[in-house]
Design a protein around this ligand. Structure first.
Ligand code: PHE
Length: 344
């Protein structure tokens, strides 16, 4: 019986050594020290022993139990310490490590162009204004001298929201809105950037949504030469001092006379190449002197006041400056395209 107890002790201590988790250790405890375990069994069978044997075996059993118990407890403590250490190691933060760099975005090229154009005109005394994208037919067309059945409405296929609401086809309605607020008193000197919409098929040069920047200057004695001077200054500041402009007669219902403005080609310097279709010139703007009826409809006396207006396509200005060949690049959000415009 003594031998049996010694064997049990050896076996149990070995299992304690082998246990690698608290769960395994608990199994060892239950197996050897539990109510149905072999030591309890031995103690239970003591009645059958002789009076001399009983205290010897009893003592041995208690000793064995105590040593197993102690081994389990110290192992338990070790496992707990190890567990804690492992957890601490896992959760350790090295505060001296350099942080992970955050990817930095950049401005969309259209935003940059708008800001650059705004700055140039602010430098010439213009203020920046805005107007609604969902516009009344009244401001988008009628107040600009385009009554309901005017054939020039055909030039701008429109998205109508209702009978008299549409997505504005141009930023020109902001001209009428701004003048209207001035109670017939000048000067009015604004530029207005914004989105416009036309029912065009999207291709390399057309987009159903694009951006324009409108300009308007109304005051006493504003002349065509002022328009030419302002646009020449603008083009030289935006594209470069060596660039020239020319005005060609054109038609817009809200300006008279109306012109289209060309700038010398940046690629060939005006000699003629593929980009300018061998003309040396590239069309960049529509402009003209504000039509007397438009002034009058917005409360300005055309006998006293005159003005000029112009409108430019932002995408076109960006495409010419950065050599972009497809307007859809601006709207498809391909980061391979956009990331080229990150600021250094
Ligand atoms: N709104 C005209 C267009 O979209 C451009 C323009 C603006 C022409 C102002 C003359 C004056 O085509």
């Amino acid at each position: 019986m003594i031998n049996e107890l010694s064997r049990l002790e050896d076996e149990a201590l070995q299992e304690v050594v082998d246990a690698t988790t608290k769960k395994e250790l608990e199994t060892v405890r239950v197996t050897y020290l539990g109510k149905k375990g072999p030591i309890t069994e031995v103690l239970r069978g003591m009645g059958k022993l002789s009076a001399e044997e009983r205290p010897v075996v009893g003592q041995k059993a208690n000793e064995v139990r105590a040593r197993i118990q102690e081994a389990i407890e110290s192992k338990q403590q070790r496992l707990e310490e190890e567990e804690l250490e492992q957890k601490l190691a896992e959760e350790r933060i090295d505060v001296t490590l350099p942080g992970q760099p955050l990817p930095r975005g950049g401005k969309h090229p259209l935003t940059s162009v708008v800001e650059e154009v705004e700055d140039i005109f602010i430098g010439m005394g213009f203020e920046v204004t805005e107007g609604p994208e969902v516009e009344q037919d009244y401001y988008n067309f009628e107040k600009l001298n385009l009554p309901p059945d005017h054939p020039a409405r055909d030039m701008q296929d429109s998205f109508y929201v209702s009978q008299d609401l549409l997505l504005r086809t141009q930023t020109s309605p902001v001209q009428a809105r701004t003048m209207e607020k001035k109670d017939g008193k000048g000067p009015v000197k604004i530029v207005c950037p914004g989105k416009v919409y036309r029912r065009d098929e999207d291709d390399a040069t057309h987009s159903h949504q694009f951006m324009q920047i409108e300009g308007l200057y109304v005051d006493r004695n504003v002349r065509m030469s002022d328009l030419k001077g302002v646009l020449d200054t603008f083009v030289k500041k935006y594209f470069g001092e060596e660039r020239e402009i020319r005005l060609r007669p054109s038609f817009f219902p809200f300006t008279e006379p109306s012109v289209e403005v060309d700038v010398t080609c940046g690629l060939c310097g005006g000699k003629g190449c593929r980009v300018c279709k061998h003309t040396g010139w590239i069309e960049v703007l529509g402009a003209g002197m504000v039509h007397p009826s438009v002034l009058e409809m917005s409360g300005f006396d055309p006998e006293e006041y005159s003005g000029f207006a112009f409108g430019m396509g932002v995408e076109r200005f960006a495409m010419l400056k950065y050599g972009i060949d497809d307007i859809r690049h601006f709207y498809t959000n391909d980061t391979r395209f956009l990331s080229q415009f990150k600021r250094a």
